[in-house]
Design a protein around this ligand. Structure first.
Ligand code: MF3
Ligand code: CO
Length: 252
């Protein structure tokens, strides 16, 4: 069931979204070479709590930390670690979810650590732009498959692949609500397509790869990596469909 949020609910999600955006801004500042992902996670958790939010990843199905920090071939769900130092040339995806007065927002960015290769830079740019392009067409009456198709087309026309094993999601009182928000069009999506109405709240999160886009999960049961160990990037915004278009909630 996909429920439409009221103005009050959207207001609380907007507050949660502001904390997410502030946390990601902080992450961007902290993400430099020689810093550990553990340090970034610790600082972000402090920032969230100082702003009266709750980090929603911590404890979710036993996940141990407040953020996911996924480096290079890691696609999503990388676990912050005190033994993993960032180094020049890495790309780092930081994913943060926040609850504020029972309502949630989820967001992610990928950042370069120091100077990175041109290819890595391009991958990051295409991922962010794909997300923006997908969001741009949202207004009441648009189908989820149109959003997915727009993202997929932009990514593939730039020579990259879209991860198919993971998707975005509805969001609200729970981090994962209906519908699923894939970043590619499938028979299954077309058969179960969803019309977007004012008040629909979605976390849209393309994960894109230089290689095949196939993934596997490491032995820690969390970290998702590309099978071919080629680079991957990830961006995520929480958005709400408005009467006339769309509003991004994970902005300051
Ligand atoms: N943005 C991710 C998601 O929507 C974050 C979940 S990480 C977890 O699924 F640790 F909480 F599982
Ligand atoms: Co998400």
């Amino acid at each position: 069931m996909i429920d439409c949020k009221s103005a009050r609910q959207i207001g609380l999600m907007r507050q949660a979204g502001k904390i997410v955006a502030g946390a990601l801004r902080l992450a961007r500042e902290l993400a430099v070479s020689d810093v550990t992902t553990d340090h970034i996670d610790t600082e972000i958790e402090k920032y969230i709590r100082k702003n009266h939010g709750i980090p929603i990843f911590k404890g979710y199905r036993g996940y141990p930390r407040s953020t996911c920090t996924s480096i290079n071939e890691e696609v999503v769900h990388g676990i912050p670690s005190s033994s993993r130092k960032l180094k020049k040339g890495d790309i780092l995806s930081i994913d943060v979810g926040v609850e504020y007065k029972k309502y949630m927002a989820d967001g992610a960015i990928t950042v370069p650590i120091g100077e990175v290769s041109l290819e890595a830079k391009k991958l990051i740019e295409v991922c962010e732009e794909a997300l923006k392009k997908g969001i741009e067409i949202i207004r009441p009456g648009i189908l989820l498959s149109q959003v997915a198709g727009r993202i997929q087309k932009y990514v593939e026309s730039n020579g990259y692949s879209v991860v198919r094993d993971y998707a975005g999601h509805g969001i609200g009182r729970c981090m994962h609500e209906d519908p699923q928000v894939p970043n590619y069009v499938s028979e299954e999506l077309l058969a179960n397509d969803v019309i977007l109405y004012p008040g629909t709240t979605l976390a849209i999160e393309p994960m894109i790869c230089m290689g095949s886009g196939e993934t596997e999960v490491l032995e820690n049961k969390w970290t998702v990596v590309t099978k071919d160990r080629k680079l991957s990037a990830h961006f995520e915004y929480t958005v709400v469909v408005t009467e006339t278009g769309v509003e991004i909630l994970t902005v300051e």
